[in-house]
Design a protein. Structure first.
Length: 262
């Protein structure tokens, strides 16, 4: 059955930007009906600037729809347990993760239903929606089914056997700007190299969230101290030049929903 709706899950990073522009060039088909960007409110400003460019006239031949459940960090720190982020626990391990499902997947699915003209609990036939996810071959371990019978995930970059580096080369050949890294500024799934590249405003925002995790009331609420960085040190005190990122750490592989960092 041909899908009734074709959508791009747009993260506004390298892979999903390349995928959207390749569709605009006719190199991936059929043409999507729209792209949907789920805004956590905590992306770097460079991502929002890039998104504005993607949404400007004569860039993409299909609309980009922005959806949001609110500012993720504000929701987390105000007591919303549906906004839990997998920060590092002082006693070991990671805390619960609710952010991707509740601030990425659910708002996108709600918008899909709006596009289909179907009520929140209305029936949608299996395979009605083709959802394109911007995962490249070097992150193939992140591929998984959508988890909804009416949505079939498609991975065009993997079909084209493209790596993230191939995406960057495609953008360069076609005269497009290099997209910024798409991720919440405080996302724990970042290497030291990514932390070193962070702009001062984003770093200040991440430090503020990190410190708020360990206020007395939040230590009680989280049943212990949480940290943004795996060193279990306050973010402002971390030495990002250490050996932790010598090619062996890619925490984004833990982001098994496949919806972030693309």
């Amino acid at each position: 059955m041909d899908p009734k709706l074709i959508i791009i899950s747009l993260g506004a990073g390298v892979q999903s930007t390349t995928m959207a522009l390749m569709a605009a060039h006719g190199e991936i088909g059929p043409m999507p009906d729209c792209a949907i960007f789920a805004d956590t409110g905590d992306e770097p400003e460079a991502v929002y600037d890039h998104l504005k460019w993607l949404m400007s006239p004569n860039v993409l031949p299909f609309p980009v729809i922005v959806v949001s459940e609110g500012k993720l960090s504000a929701e987390l720190l105000s007591g919303n347990d549906m906004a839990r982020v997998p920060f590092f626990v002082g006693k070991g391990g990671l805390s619960a993760r609710q952010c991707t499902r509740n601030f990425k997947i659910r708002p996108v699915r709600r918008q899909i239903r709006k596009c289909l003209g179907v009520a929140p609990r209305g029936y949608v036939a299996p395979g009605s929606v083709s959802q394109w996810i911007g995962i490249s071959t070097d992150e193939v371990m992140r591929v998984k089914p959508s988890g909804a019978r009416f949505i079939e995930n498609r991975h065009p970059l993997i079909e084209k056997r493209m790596t993230r580096g191939d995406c960057l080369q495609w953008l360069l050949r076609n005269g497009y700007p290099r997209p910024p890294k798409s991720a919440c500024v405080y996302c724990p799934y970042q290497s030291n190299a990514q932390w070193r590249e962070k702009d001062p405003v984003s770093m200040a925002q991440a430090i503020a969230v990190d410190e708020a995790l360990r206020t007395p009331e939040n230590v009680v609420r989280f049943r212990g101290e949480l940290y943004v960085h795996p060193s279990l040190k306050p973010l402002r005190d971390v030495d990002f030049s250490n050996a932790e990122d010598r090619g062996q750490l890619n925490l984004f592989n833990n982001e098994c929903e496949g919806m972030c960092g693309v």
